[in-house]
Design a protein around this ligand. Structure first.
Ligand code: IMP
Ligand code: MG
Length: 172
């Protein structure tokens, strides 16, 4: 494993994102919707840096199974979604890779009569995106490598690392 982003850098950047989000929404209440399971750590840190009335909900989306990030269909489970009608919604995910997951989620949430839908991710990979959307807020651009830590997993492991590390292809 090769460390890419240290814990202290992440904390500093998340605090900056919280400040930016606080300023952008100008006191309006915000509904933060985390995408399970990878966004868990970011959601818990980010909501403590946002100085707005915040509600938190979670949804599940999967565009990949196991080791790779391939797969065309995005399955979305809205069972844990709170009522977002007329609310400003910020969807939070761990990483923007191909962009398929966040695009599918934004399009789905827009059918729930939210007042607005924006997206925030910790990581945005430097690779050609496959969709028209890009994240509204992001922590770091990273090379197109497979990473774990700070919520991101490989076969459901390594989520609890406080830093982000790249896995070597031989480890995959
Ligand atoms: P996208 O739909 O291609 O943008 O993929 C986004 C989803 O794929 C994320 O929510 C992650 O769950 C997963 N993913 C993409 N890249 C990585 C990675 O490097 N490590 C772990 N999970 C990843
Ligand atoms: Mg995910």
């Amino acid at each position: 494993m090769r460390r890419l982003i240290e814990a202290a850098e992440i904390q500093q950047r998340v605090t900056e994102l919280g400040r930016q989000i606080t300023a952008d929404y100008r006191g309006r209440p915000l509904t933060v919707i985390g995408v399970l399971t990878g966004s868990l750590v970011l959601v818990s840190d980010l909501i403590r840096t946002i100085e707005l009335p915040v509600r938190v909900g979670m949804i599940r989306a999967s565009s990949y199974a196991g080791r790779t990030t391939t797969g065309n269909a995005v399955s979305i489970d809205l069972n844990l979604l709170p009522d977002v009608r007329a609310r400003d919604v910020l969807i939070v995910d761990d990483v923007f890779d191909s962009g398929r997951t966040l695009t599918a989620l934004v399009e789905r949430l827009q059918t729930c009569d939210a007042a607005s839908v924006r997206t925030a991710v910790l990581l945005w990979k430097e690779r050609p995106r496959e969709t028209e959307w890009t994240p509204d807020y992001f922590g770091f651009r990273i090379p197109d490598v497979f990473v774990v830590g700070y919520g991101l997993d490989y076969n459901d492991e390594h989520r609890s690392l406080p830093y982000v590390a790249a896995l070597d292809p031989v480890e995959l």
